[in-house]
Design a binder for this molecule. Sequence first.
Ligand SMILES: Nc1ncnc2c1ncn2[C@@H]1O[C@H](COP(=O)(O)OP(=O)(O)OP(=O)(O)O)[C@@H](O)[C@H]1O
Length: 241
Amino acid sequence: MKALEIQQLNTYYGKSHILQGVDLEVGEGELVTLLGRNGAGKSTTLRSIMGMTPARAGHVRIFGTDSTHLPPFHIARLGVGLVPEGRRIFANLTVEENLKVPVDRPGPWSIARIYKLFPRLAERKSHKGQQLSGGEQEMLSIARVLLLNPKLLLLDEPSQGLAPLIVQNVFDVIVSARNEGTSVLLIEQNVRASIKIADRAYVLDRGLITYSGVAAEFGQDEQRVQELAGASAQKWEFPDD
Ligand SMILES: Nc1ncnc2c1ncn2[C@@H]1O[C@H](COP(=O)(O)OP(=O)(O)OP(=O)(O)O)[C@@H](O)[C@H]1O
């Protein structure tokens, strides 16, 4: 059984036809990256998987259940955890309070384990969310979702605006999740870093999948990598922390 199967996904915002027949799969325990330029439809793909902007045509299956028309809370109960773009944390709560999420699924993640993997969060456990740097907020945002012990983890540009060292820490944690058996779909503009950790890669361009293959093989196609990486180069020259 696949963790995620998407077939001929068509999604619209009003009359704008954004996803025009996307096919994509994530096997159990697989780390898959979905790459593409700004506006290609990557976030929309996650929104459709999560039921926030449901598909108008096509199918989404999560661990064998047809979830195409299920509401987001129901999809979450199938074991899907989404780390959205832009760091959703409680600004007025401390790090520790942010991490005390109600957990109803047994699994490998605990607050102690999170502190071990993100020592910065342990050092700052009494600080409020609003006092954290962008990198620390991203760590906290990922940690909150991991504590739900998702079986399928969806991440929307976790490296956005972060300094390279922090990106490394965040990516190490994503690899740990995969090594624990979590299936992962990682959306990234940071092409080189994400193909290094991914098993397979897809490229989305104007609502269509234009590449699908083994991530390491994609990494060897310097021209393709350059084309995609060039589109996000500016983000890399000016990290915000
Ligand atoms: N709520 C919305 N209403 C109308 N159009 C939208 C909405 N959200 C996104 N779009 C449009 O849908 C297209 C795909 O956007 P999407 O955010 O999925 O792209 P993306 O690949 O995730 O890019 P980014 O890296 O900029 O987030 C874009 O043309 C965008 O302008």
